[in-house]
Design a protein around this ligand. Structure first.
Ligand SMILES: Nc1ncnc2c1ncn2[C@@H]1O[C@H](COP(=O)(O)OP(=O)(O)OP(=O)(O)O)[C@@H](O)[C@H]1O
Ligand SMILES: [Mg+2]
Length: 252
């Protein structure tokens, strides 16, 4: 088991004046196997980002444990890297130095070989010397992915990484991410509130509900891929989509 989220609870103070609290999770449990690609699908505010932050080690649960690769998560580490909706590149560094950033920390010399390899993998070798602002949004997001992958993380934690992209680019990035996953078999937790995105990308879709965040159901989506021909003609896709919408309680 790569990741075990074991009976975690998390409460926030939602209103200081009225001293009310909001319980986002109450003894929530989720297991993710080594090399698995899991999407967490759920409505806004159900706790997806909170969950990801606790797995990343940015935040701690009030109770319960997050166990990664056999050890308790007590803080961020380079074996679990996060890719956010915004690429968050350093504007004063060129693409190559942005990608090298994590490798460089605490070292005097950078090994440029893995940096240049990963730039080739994401198709951006010829932009290595460019500044981030000279790249499109999709290219910037590929740089952000490269910056994460160059660390050879055991797990990628992705919080709606393609939400800011237009539909065409978003599809291209889905195909690309899926290809990367087939090649690297990194364990992926991908957060989205987009039903189609969850189904095409992941092998397993975990559907969350709110108040408190809980698993409403799971879908086996191994048979549908970003490159699957016309999704609307795809019976597997239609069945999974119907089930997801049913679980989310959004059927008309
Ligand atoms: N630092 C915080 N302080 C207080 N409340 C918080 C904090 N972080 C999250 N919350 C609350 O916890 C709940 C879950 O938030 P979270 O950001 O995890 O939702 P989400 O599922 O990621 O939503 P979205 O799809 O909109 O990104 C929300 O009600 C939010 O207001
Ligand atoms: Mg969120």
């Amino acid at each position: 088991m790569a990741l075990r989220v074991d009976q975690i609870s998390k409460t926030f103070d939602s209103d200081d004046a009225r001293r009310s609290t909001h319980q986002v999770f109450d003894q929530f449990t989720l297991d993710i196997a080594d090399g698995e690609f899991v999407a967490v699908l759920g409505p806004s505010g159900c706790g997806k980002t909170t969950l990801l932050r606790m797995i990343a080690g940015f935040d701690r649960p009030d109770a319960g444990r997050v166990i990664f690769d056999g050890s308790d998560v007590t803080g961020p580490a380079s074996d679990r890297v996060v890719v956010f909706q915004q690429p968050g590149l350093f504007p004063w560094m060129d693409v190559r130095h942005n990608v090298a950033f994590g490798l460089q920390l605490g070292r005097r010399r950078i090994d440029w070989r893995p940096v240049d390899e990963i730039l080739a993998t994401v198709g951006l070798s010829e932009f290595a010397g460019h500044a981030p602002y000279e790249l499109s949004g999709g290219m910037q997001q590929r740089v952000a992915l490269a910056r994460s992958l160059v660390m050879r993380p055991k797990m990628l934690l992705m919080d709606e990484p393609f939400a800011a992209l237009d539909a065409h680019l978003r599809h291209a990035m889905q195909v690309f991410l899926r290809e990367l996953w087939v090649e690297f078999r990194t364990t992926v937790l991908f957060i989205t509130h987009d039903v189609e995105e969850a189904i095409v990308l992941a092998e397993r879709v975990v559907v969350l509900g709110s108040n408190p965040g809980r698993i409403l159901g799971e879908l086996d989506a191994r048979d549908v891929h970003p490159s699957s021909a016309d999704l609307l003609d795809n019976a597997d896709y239609r069945r999974l989509r119907h089930r997801a919408i049913e679980l989310l309680g959004e059927l008309p």
